[in-house]
Design a protein around this ligand. Sequence first.
Ligand code: APR
Length: 248
Amino acid sequence: MSENDLQKAIDLIINSKYTIAFTGAGISVESGIPPFRGENGLWSKYDPNVLDLNNFHVNPIEAWKVIKEIFYDFFGEAKPNDAHFVLAELEMKGIVKAVITQNIDNLHYEAGSKEVYEFHGNSRMLVCPYCSKKYHASEIDLVEIPLCDHCHAVLKPDFIFFGEGIPKIAYQKSFEAAKETDLMIIIGSTGEVVPASSIPSFAKQNGTKIIEINPEKTLFTNSITDIFLQGKATEVMNELLIGIKQKI
Ligand code: APR
C-alpha cells in the first residue's frame, strides 16, 4: 500500500458526503474466522453443499452437525477486531453512514456499528422455516437438532443458504445506500458471490468512488476499484483512522 494512495483515500473519506462500507469474510479473518475461499478457506475443508437449502431439508441431522461445527462451535467465540471497531468509530463521527455486510457473524453490531445491513442474514438467530418463529441461538442447546416449540419443525440458522432469497429489508436498504453513496469502502471480499457483489458495481455505475482493502487483488480490483489499499483490514483501517483524525 503506497503512502500516496493512503493519503488519497483519507482525503476522499474526509470530503465524501455519504461514505458506506461493503464488507466480506476478510474483515473477520483477524477475529479468527477463516474466509470461505482462498488458502485455508472453509470451502476447502467443508462441502458448500452443507448450506444447500434442499440438502438441509432432506438431511437436517447431517447438515446440522456440520453447521454447528462451523458456525457455532468455531465462529461462536469470535470477537470484533480493530477493523470492525474503526468502522463503528467512523459511524459515531458521522463519516460512515452504513455498513453492508455479507458476513453472518454479528461482529459489526458487537463492535458498536448501528446501521448494518446483513445481506446474508445473521447466525445469532435461528428461524422456523414453516412458522417463521425466531429464537436466539445462544438460548438453544445445539447438541440436539433444534426444533420449533410451536410446530416441531427443524429450525435453521437465520442466514441464507445457497438457493435461498436475500432478506428483503437488507436487500432494499443495501441498494438504497448504494444509490445514495458517493464513496464505498470494500473490505475483505472476493466479489465472487452474486447478488452481493453487484452492490459495489451498482454504486460504481452511479459515479461512486471505490476504495478497496484486501491483502490480495479481487474481481473488483481491476474493474471498479479506484484506490486499492493492499493489506490486512486491521492494519489499513487503523492507518486510515490515524490519518482521518489528523485532518478533521
Ligand atoms: N483483511 C482483509 N481481507 C482479507 C484478509 C484480511 N486480514 N484475509 C483475507 N482477506 C480477503 C481474501 O483475500 C478474500 O478476497 O477476504 C476475502 C475473502 O473472500 P471470501 O471468503 O470469498 O469472502 P466473501 O467475498 O465475503 O464471500 C462472499 O460467499 O460463501 C458465501 O455467504 C458466503 O458471505 C459469503 C460469500
